[in-house]
Design a protein around this ligand. Sequence first.
Ligand code: MG
Length: 277
Amino acid sequence: MIHIGIDGNGTLYKTDGTFDKKEIHPLLSAFRSLKGKAKLYHLTGRDIEYIETRLRQPYPEVIGALHYHLLENGGVFYDGKDFRVLSIRDGKIIETDCDSQLSHQLNRIFSLFEARGIPREHVKVRHTSIEYAVPDDNTRVKELKSISEWLEEDIFPRQFYATMGAVAIYVNQIGIDKWMALGKVSKGETTCAIGDSMNDYDSISQATYGFLPGNAALGLMDKLTAAGFSIRSLAEFNPNERKVIYKSESKCTAAVAEILGCIRKHLLPNETDFKHT
Ligand SMILES: [Mg+2]
């Protein structure tokens, strides 16, 4: 079984949370071609409310085809009905239905946003993380730096970190990230991660195979390159190469369909393919 983590905004769907209608059919065909051979996870910084209020009703087939939603950058596991909260206590991951100590800490961090004059309506305290909606690219980079600094200086040094998605900045506990979540569900089996932004760095760099859509953020590609990865075209995919990240020429949903096709072709050859080669 292959475990495939697919980021949300800027990857599976557009940054505004919608799909291009014409791209849904090829995506669903790609999902179907992997049935029984791969598990697909929605691996996103977003929360349960976003799935239920923004995505499920307009796109029931897409949302229904995903095996699990690994939300809040890995802090919440949601199967569409029940959810589990993952948090760090004494350096270990604990799984619970609610972590009141963590909620208390997040509320204290929220008060730091308020004290710095950040409008309340832009900041949301969730089960395991904070989401700060920052609409503009340049502001996001600047804000991320300052939030990282004050998280380090202020009340919980080395316990929380800030990271950047395609439309928001997230504050999570150190130890909770997308790779932790994908690693946990895959239990040592082969993993693939697809994502476009900085909060995808850990999953893309640590999965067995990492993939980028054509619209991936420059900051993410720079960080991968600085860590010694080469970024090559999806057409050059070679399952035996290591330290290579493959990038589709297409964007968002179309890129995901193409990448899933590549995974299907190279990592999951069916019996017929074996017989004829
Ligand atoms: Mg994204």
